[in-house]
Design a protein around this ligand. Structure first.
Ligand code: PGA
Length: 256
């Protein structure tokens, strides 16, 4: 099936990796490898690297963002970071509700919803992650989990605000494991997410929302994963840590 008119997005999520020096070097190395590439390239970097890496990437086609933020605008929250601070450091987007945040740091849909609203208020594009655990999949609950996570995490957003949102479908059991659903199941999940968005808002909102796939993406599977019409991009963890490997994913069309 032909792709909709949405652009293709390739996101890297470095998680808790890279010092400032390593981060800047990565971007220096990546720029020439992707300067003529057609996908939109986004890198979610550690907080400390946002400013130096944004400066390094200023004249390039690489967009820099963060991996998390607090839901408050400021206050006595030791160790937390506000959206305004991220924006001020050069971040353009923020990943919210990543499964590591949901499962290791007990973030629930209500908190993620508050973060999404705060991010939009602060001028950051929210990338909202949803996905089922292996147990939920085996119990046939994938659709129910996706519907609940999407609906609650995006609750109360206007159609206009939805225009800023990117959704990422990341089956929890596929993250960092080398395992992933077959492409048909990924396609089903993406189509289902789009139906949920259409039901909650409008078809126009659903069709305008990019839906990324994440979980064990590699240069070898990028092309296949991007085939279904409803897969608009990839969110890459482990394979985004080396510039050459990440560039191969960005350049999936010309790689073998
Ligand atoms: P992975 O991580 O590519 O290492 O599986 C994906 C993610 O956590 O976004």
């Amino acid at each position: 099936m032909a792709k909709a008119k949405r652009p293709v997005f390739i996101f890297g999520n470095w998680k808790m990796h890279k010092t400032i020096d390593a981060a800047v070097q990565f971007v220096k190395d990546l720029i020439p490898l992707v300067e003529n590439s057609s996908p939109q390239i986004y890198l979610a970097v550690p907080f400390t690297a946002i400013k130096p890496v944004s400066e390094e990437a200023k004249e390039s086609n690489i967009v820099i963002g963060a991996q998390n933020m607090n839901d408050a605008s400021e206050g006595a929250f030791t160790g937390e970071i506000a959206g305004e601070m991220l924006k001020n450091a050069g971040a353009k987007f923020v990943i919210l509700g990543h499964s590591e945040r949901r499962h290791l740091f007990n973030e629930d849909n209500a908190l993620i919803n508050r973060k999404v609203k705060r991010a939009i208020e602060d001028g950051l594009q929210p990338v909202v992650c949803v996905g089922e655990t292996l147990e939920e999949r085996e119990e046939g609950k994938t659709d129910a989990v996706l519907e609940e996570q999407l609906s609650m995490s995006l609750e109360g957003l206007t159609k206009e605000q939805m225009g800023d949102v990117i959704v990422a479908y990341e089956p929890v059991w596929a993250i960092g494991t080398g395992k992933r659903p077959v492409v048909e199941d990924i396609e089903k999940a993406h189509t289902f997410c789009r139906e949920v968005l259409a039901k909650k808002w409008t078809k126009g909102v659903a069709n305008g929302t990019p839906i990324l796939y994440g979980g064990s993406v590699k240069p070898e599977n990028a092309k296949e994963l991007l085939k279904p019409a409803d897969v608009d991009g990839l969110l890459v963890g482990g394979a985004s840590l080396e510039s050459e490997i990440f560039a191969k994913i960005v350049n999936y069309q010309t790689e073998k």
